[in-house]
Write a protein that binds this ligand. Structure first.
Ligand SMILES: Nc1ncnc2c1ncn2[C@@H]1O[C@H](COP(=O)(O)OP(=O)(O)OP(=O)(O)O)[C@@H](O)[C@H]1O
Ligand SMILES: [Mg+2]
Length: 234
């Protein structure tokens, strides 16, 4: 299953969702590939040292943005395909993802925050989408067109994932039930609370689960639940 993690709105948790669902699926013994499709290379920066990321960037610059990507192995047991520094056509992006996907149970593609060539390439390769969103008006208003686009492409909508949820925010309490009501089965049920675990962990190139150790974390538990649901589909 190739899952494009999409939302043309920025900063809604696409990269965080890709990393944590990927990690949790690997813990559940699935063969997982996370693809960094975003020129910002945030997924790579989340997981590997800046030196490693800049070396990859320089190498790809020398190769003029084409050439075979090298899959990186994360010690937690999943792989990462860096496409951030490639300069390819939509068709070529899709073909790259599809050819690597054969070796994995689940491929999660972290897309950039716009419907550009890279995102369209990811959507061409994808069989399903995950849509992280905040429970706020502007994010809510963009959901319908994202769902329509996925449905036109006959992609399975695994679902909308509500991120950075804060119980004390009136807007969040207004929009969460609205998302559940309006989108029904297209809402995954996952509500990831706002948690310092995510920015703290990513600043140290760690996944939240590694950073947190054995301490309780409702936010990480929600990602585990979502991963279990996805794992049952493959
Ligand atoms: N549940 C959460 N609680 C607190 N902070 C979060 C949560 N999810 C994500 N963040 C933080 O919010 C910021 C944006 O998250 P992230 O990079 O995952 O979003 P994105 O949609 O991938 O952004 P972009 O559109 O730029 O690619 C990051 O600093 C991340 O650590
Ligand atoms: Mg991102």
């Amino acid at each position: 299953m190739i899952i494009a993690v999409i939302n043309n709105k920025g900063g809604v948790g696409k990269t965080t969702t890709t990393v944590h669902v990927g990690y949790a699926l690997a813990q559940q013994s699935k063969r997982v590939l996370c693809v960094d499709m975003d020129g910002q290379a945030n997924l790579l920066m989340h997981l590997f040292s800046l030196d490693t990321v800049y070396e990859m960037k320089d190498a790809m610059k020398e190769a003029k943005g084409i050439g075979e990507p090298t899959v990186l192995h994360h010690p937690a047991g999943f792989d990462v395909l860096p496409l951030s520094f490639h300069v390819l056509t939509q068709k070529q992006y899709a073909a790259r993802i599809e050819s690597f996907a054969k070796m994995y149970d689940v491929v999660l593609v972290d897309c950039p925050p716009s419907l550009e060539t890279r995102t369209l390439g990811a959507l061409d390769a994808a069989t399903a989408v995950l849509i992280p969103t905040e429970a706020e008006s502007l994010s809510f208003n963009g959901l319908t067109s994202l769902i329509e686009m996925a449905e036109e492409r006959k992609l399975a909508v695994i679902g909308i994932v509500v991120t950075r949820f804060e119980k004390k925010k009136a807007a969040h309490n207004f929009y969460l039930p609205l998302i559940a009501k309006e989108f029904r089965s297209l809402f995954s049920g996952a509500v990831i609370p706002n948690s310092a675990v995510f920015p703290s962990a990513s600043a140290m190139q760690r996944v939240g689960y590694e950073w947190n150790g054995k301490k309780a974390s409702p936010a990480l538990d929600e990602y585990t639940k979502l991963a279990t649901k996805i794992g049952a589909m493959v």
